[in-house]
Design a protein around this ligand. Structure first.
Ligand code: AMP
Length: 144
């Protein structure tokens, strides 16, 4: 999918937002939903998606919603750091398939990193155990 085009209301994250698909939730308010990545590139890999917008990527996001949304991304990154004590944390997002995007509802990745532990490849990580994700989500949520 290119950078331009119509928003697909049946993308996975739209379905999660509508409650039609499950997620392991970390945080939710009227601006954003954060949940555990089901194919985590590291322990604690969390996604933060905006609510109430039909934005495929960062370029689509209405300017007035950028600030409130990024404040939630920052809050989740802080909570991941407090909860899991990583040595570093990657915050990133991809725009368009050639850039690496695979789900076309805007999302930021929050990926904690530890010295000496390689980050698994984007789109190359195995599926996580849901019980383990639930335990991590509870720890992160407690640090919000
Ligand atoms: P991107 O490739 O940047 O569009 O990121 C999409 C992310 O969504 C990937 O890291 C996937 O592992 C993750 N993902 C895909 N489906 C699900 C799902 N049902 N629940 C949680 N994470 C998902």
């Amino acid at each position: 999918m290119s950078l331009t085009g119509a928003y697909d209301d049946d993308n996975i994250f739209a379905k999660i937002l509508r409650g039609e698909m499950p997620c392991v939730k970390v945080f939710e308010d009227d601006v954003a939903l954060a949940f555990m990545d089901i194919f985590p590139q590291s322990r604690g890999h969390t996604l933060v998606i905006p609510k109430g917008v039909r934005a495929r990527n960062f370029l689509d996001l209405p300017p007035e919603t950028v600030g409130p949304y990024l404040a939630r991304v920052q809050r989740v990154a802080q909570a991941v750091t407090t909860a899991l004590s990583p040595d570093g944390v990657v915050v990133l997002q991809f725009n368009g398939a050639p850039a690496g995007q695979t789900v076309f509802h805007l999302h930021f990745h929050v990926i904690p990193r530890w010295e000496g532990e390689a980050m698994k490849g984007h789109g190359a990580a195995p599926k996580a155990d849901v019980a383990e994700l639930q335990a991590l989500a509870a720890r992160i949520a407690a640090a919000l």
